[in-house]
Ligand binder design. Structure first.
Ligand code: AMP
Length: 542
């Protein structure tokens, strides 16, 4: 027997309708690409998103068509995002940090019809437009006054294009399982893979992310999503926050410490979210200029492991709660967050920091477990490591246009991460499975060594890779980028690590480089490092 409740489709435009109707006066503030700060309200946002949808329909766009955006977090980006999805088309957010060959591949693989592009990226697109046969029109996210001279075919300034439309439009009606958005993951090998979200998965994920033990935003909050909309949905903030009615503060292209601080302070931001490198830049700026963060209450940090020093500095010196998060594009992307809970809220000092260094526990709607190489379940004892598998309503079951089975027979997705889970449900990532270091039959966590090493004075960045060793099969090599002006030595770094990590984890060698290679989403490219240090010989082999 089926229940007798209404057949209300969970489509993302209902979020915007709710925000405009019930929090219509709440502001959206944007650091524009042209320079000045721009302000308007959720009511304006909805009106402009409707105009986008109507204008796109006039262009012949319909359900299932892919419309690309290459843009920073701005008001214009979010209105195109909702306009595209409210029409039933698919919003393909493109990461401008991808390599040019990858960009060409994904535009063609997605067969995008139109590209909305920020001024910043016009030269990048001009260089490849000749190789993008499916894109019929380029809409530059600016007004006529700032429109650059460009040879892009059918290029038009966004404001001019939008002015020819009006908001007299009704969102299209379709099934909640309709595809809403597309985001390609940039693996370290092979072509990027398209993760295709649905309206339903985005709505559920947005609600999940705003549970009190995750982001927990209320309408009185001011939220600054620094994590880009082109990197896995800005961690669901663009759905979760309008649903909560909190104010959105969009940073545009200003990712440096000074620009971020100006928004945090000037707009009284209470919650923010970004990867660790952004917080490093901000902390440095705050320390150099002796500034405080009186309004900021909590920050979600993820995408890479949060270093100990960042947790300690933000919590102890700035009184800002750090919420360590983990997830991936295939998970929409949030998988876990590390908030204290009933059984851990009493923890203080070292015990508390140790818990916060873990990637956290799953909210309702994500399931996770660890398994051995044969797929057998492993215990939640906080020490046994295994392959981390997940499932849930906002986890991928296939990639866009790829005939490849990605779930196991029970419907679990292998994240490619190696982790342990403790009795209270807190998970800790120890490595990517392809980066695992096996020494004498035991796994060494490169992430934990890297995390500890960046706490050493003079160290800007650290990476650990496994290098072949005659006795132990592999031993860790620590690769360091020094801070400008620092001459920190290998012995000083090893002395710093001594006592902070297990004895047998101590790096067998330390090498200094000017730069560590990164992927487009800021991950260390360990494969490149392994190539670079292929055939490396440790100095003293016992
Ligand atoms: P992406 O799909 O680009 O967001 O990358 C997802 C991957 O980033 C995960 O599978 C992890 O390997 C890594 N990652 C994300 N968050 C964390 C974190 N808090 N700590 C360690 N690794 C992380």
């Amino acid at each position: 027997m089926l229940g007798l409740m209404q057949d209300y489709q969970l489509t993302v435009q209902t979020i915007l309708d709710h925000a405009a109707l019930n929090h219509g006066e709440r502001e959206m503030v944007t650091r524009s690409i042209e320079g000045p700060i721009r302000r308007y309200t959720y009511r304006d946002l909805r009106e402009r998103a409707l105009r986008v949808a109507k204008a796109l329909q006039k262009e012949g766009v319909g359900i299932g068509d892919r419309i690309a955006t290459m843009a920073w977090n701005t008001d214009r980006h979010i209105e195109t995002w909702y306009g595209i999805m409210g029409l039933g088309a698919i919003c393909h957010t493109v990461n401008p940090r991808l390599f040019v060959e990858q960009l060409v591949y994904i535009f063609n693989h997605a067969e995008d019809k139109i590209l909305f592009v920020d001024l910043t990226f016009v030269p990048l697109i001009e260089a490849i437009a000749g190789k993008l046969p499916t894109i019929q029109k380029y809409i530059i996210l600016t007004d006529d006054a700032h429109m650059p001279a460009t040879n892009l075919p059918n290029a038009i300034a966004y404001e001019t294009w939008l002015a020819a439309s009006d908001a007299d439009f009704t969102w299209r009606v379709f099934d909640e399982n309709t595809a809403s958005s597309l985001c390609y993951t940039s693996g370290t090998t092979g072509n990027p893979k398209g993760v295709l979200y649905s309206h339903r998965s985005n709505v559920l994920h947005g609600l999940m992310c705003n549970q009190p033990d995750v982001l927990g935003a209320i309408s009185a909050d001011n939220i600054l999503p620094i994590v880009p909309m082109f990197h896995a949905n800005a961690w669901a903030i663009t759905y979760a926050i309008p649903a909560a009615g909190a104010s959105l503060i969009m940073p545009g292209a200003g990712m440096d410490g000074k620009s971020i601080y100006e928004l945090l302070d000037g707009e009284k931001v209470s919650v923010s979210a970004a990867v660790p490198t952004v917080w490093l830049g901000l902390l440095q700026y705050l320390q150099e200029n002796k500034l405080a963060l009186p309004y900021l209450d909590r920050v979600l940090i993820g995408g890479a492991a949060v270093p100990r020093m960042m947790i300690e500095t933000l919590e102890n010196d700035y009184d800002v709660e750090v919420i360590h998060g983990w997830g991936m594009t295939e998970m929409s992307p949030v998988g876990t967050t590390g908030k204290l809970k009933y059984s851990t809220q009493h923890l203080r000092g070292e015990e508390r920091v140790k818990l916060k260094l873990k990637q956290g526990r799953t909210p309702y709607m994500v399931e996770m477990k660890i398994v051995d190489d044969e797929g057998n379940d492993l215990p939640r004892d906080g020490t046994t490591s295994g392959h981390l598998l997940v499932r849930g309503p906002a986890v991928s079951k296939a990639y866009f246009r790829l005939d490849e089975e990605i779930l196991n027979k029970d419907g679990w997705f292998d994240t490619g991460d190696i982790a342990n889970i403790d009795e209270l449900g807190y998970m800790q990532i120890t490595d990517r499975d392809k980066d695992v270091i096996k020494s004498g039959g035991e796994w060494i966590s490169s992430i934990e060594i890297e995390n500890t090493a960046v706490g050493c004075e003079g160290v800007a960045e650290a990476a650990v890779i496994g290098v072949a060793h005659p006795k132990w099969s592999e031993r860790p090599l620590l690769i360091i980028v020094r801070k400008p002006g620092s001459s920190v030595s290998d012995d000083e770094i090893l002395a710093y690590l001594d006592g902070k990590i297990a004895k047998w984890w101590m790096p067998e060698g330390v090498e200094f480089v000017d730069e560590i290679p990164h992927t487009a989403t800021g991950k260390i490219q360990k494969m490149k490092l392994r190539e670079q240090f292929g055939g490396y010989q440790f100095k003293a082999v016992d």
